[in-house]
Ligand binder design. Structure first.
Ligand SMILES: Nc1ncnc2c1ncn2[C@@H]1O[C@H](COP(=O)(O)OP(=O)(O)O)[C@@H](O)[C@H]1O
Ligand SMILES: [Mg+2]
Length: 115
């Protein structure tokens, strides 16, 4: 069987908000195969950006694994991570978008591109 482009296993991310733990991801198992086009939908605060940041190797999970093309991201050193980030296109316009109307809300998307 071909290697998945992305695989996450029991991915967990807990942020600390001061002394209060916030579970952003609670065990995400995801497989993305070559050629897949995937949309991740969910209400604000449900963990979409957190998940993309893990897959894009921009942030580290509290627990669990991310594999990109079969490579365990947690085994990569800083140089290898930098190379991987060049391979993965993560585009976000969320910081420039406004909230309010539906049209503005629809502009608040993020793209993750793996080729
Ligand atoms: N840097 C952070 N520090 C603390 N809490 C965070 C941080 N980033 C996200 N969160 C929290 O994690 C949860 C998921 O957020 P996020 O991944 O941005 O969701 P979405 O992209 O689906 O709106 C929310 O409760 C959010 O408040
Ligand atoms: Mg988001």
């Amino acid at each position: 069987m071909a290697t998945s482009v992305v695989e996450t296993i029991n991915l967990r991310k807990t942020y600390m908000l001061g002394k209060v733990p916030v579970d952003a991801l609670r065990g995400v198992d995801l497989k993305v195969e070559k050629g897949d086009f995937l949309a991740i939908l969910g209400p604000s605060g449900s963990g979409k950006s957190t998940l993309l940041n893990m897959i894009g190797a921009l942030d580290k999970p509290t627990e669990g694994k991310v594999f990109i093309d079969g490579v365990d991201v947690s085994t990569l050193n800083d140089n290898e991570l930098a190379d991987l980030r060049l391979e993965i296109g993560l585009y976000s316009n969320s910081s420039t978008s406004f909230h309010g109307s539906l049209r503005e809300e629809m502009l608040n998307w993020q793209w993750l591109y793996l080729a």
